[in-house]
Design a protein around this ligand. Sequence first.
Ligand SMILES: Cc1ncc(COP(=O)(O)O)c(C=O)c1O
Length: 355
Amino acid sequence: MNAPTSPAGGWLGNAIQRIEADYLRSADTHLIPLRLPAFAEAGIDLYLKDESTHPTGSLKHRLARSLFLYALCNGWIHEGTTVVEASSGSTAVSEAYFARLLGLPFIAVMPRSTSPEKVAQIAFHGGSCHFVERAGEVYAEAQALAERSGGHYMDQFTYAERATDWRGNNNIAESMFQQMARERHPVPGWIVVGAGTGGTSATIGRYLRFRCHDTQLAVVDPEGSVFAAYHASGDATLGAPGSRIEGIGRPRVEPSFVRTLVERMIEVPNVDSVAAMRALLGLLGRKVGPSTGTNFVGMLQLAHEMRAAGRQGSILSLLCDAGERYLPSYHDAEWVQQAFGDCGEAERRIAAQLA
Ligand SMILES: Cc1ncc(COP(=O)(O)O)c(C=O)c1O
């Protein structure tokens, strides 16, 4: 282990400077209002925060920046350190970008089923991929690989909720509230997100409390994920078969998922996630990733409940990544038919919910 060096002139200082310079070159992401006249007439507005416009194409760009700064400032990463991560793809794409910015080797440990687009993007940013057969194997394999190479296991699942500044510093929640300032319902009634590490929901949940906002936090959970059962029981030893919506839902309770911050869990069938993903193509004019479809199902459910109760307000969620990453999978009708069966009935139900 290298002796701690003062940040000032050395490699560490230079590394932090590079990340901060990259941050300065980056613009914040847009907040897009969804045109849904049936809800607008009832005083209910829906918005998506478009995280697909980050340089690495997903919400994970923010997390990767925070994880690198956290590891650098903890003295865990030094000149030449190999960085290893266990990721279903989005985080690895973003971490590969920052590793290259610092001139560090990067290895992503992921299930062999991860979309080829994400594998190609990790390679595009200079990273390499190490495959395991089952999603549950990524943690131990990443740890072992880091030990074998004398590198550092970034471990997003443990540190996501710690590395992100939940009090502000332009975190995703602060950005949302700033962008809502001139809307007719500037303080959302609900914010809806999915959970992979749980870091995004933890950051938003803490920020809402820190700023004493009346906004409630709902987490959508896909089939096969453990989070909804854990939220209900508090039993962190629970397991589950695993999610088939890339990026969200987990086979085990992740340390960064903070259940006490979540007011509501919404369980979403896979066919509904795909149907909602397809419906967003009609509303936005472009393809989104499957986890954004899952978010949209939660938004629509809450919008209906608000309208039925005569409540007005706004509902915010995330456009987590673009659909172009999933052309051979979730945006391929044959692949979807194979994976989830017929989505026709779900599409009709979602279409009816938009009216
Ligand atoms: C596409 C996508 N959506 C949503 C999430 C969930 O984010 P978090 O890990 O902050 O819970 C992820 C996480 O990997 C993701 O890749």
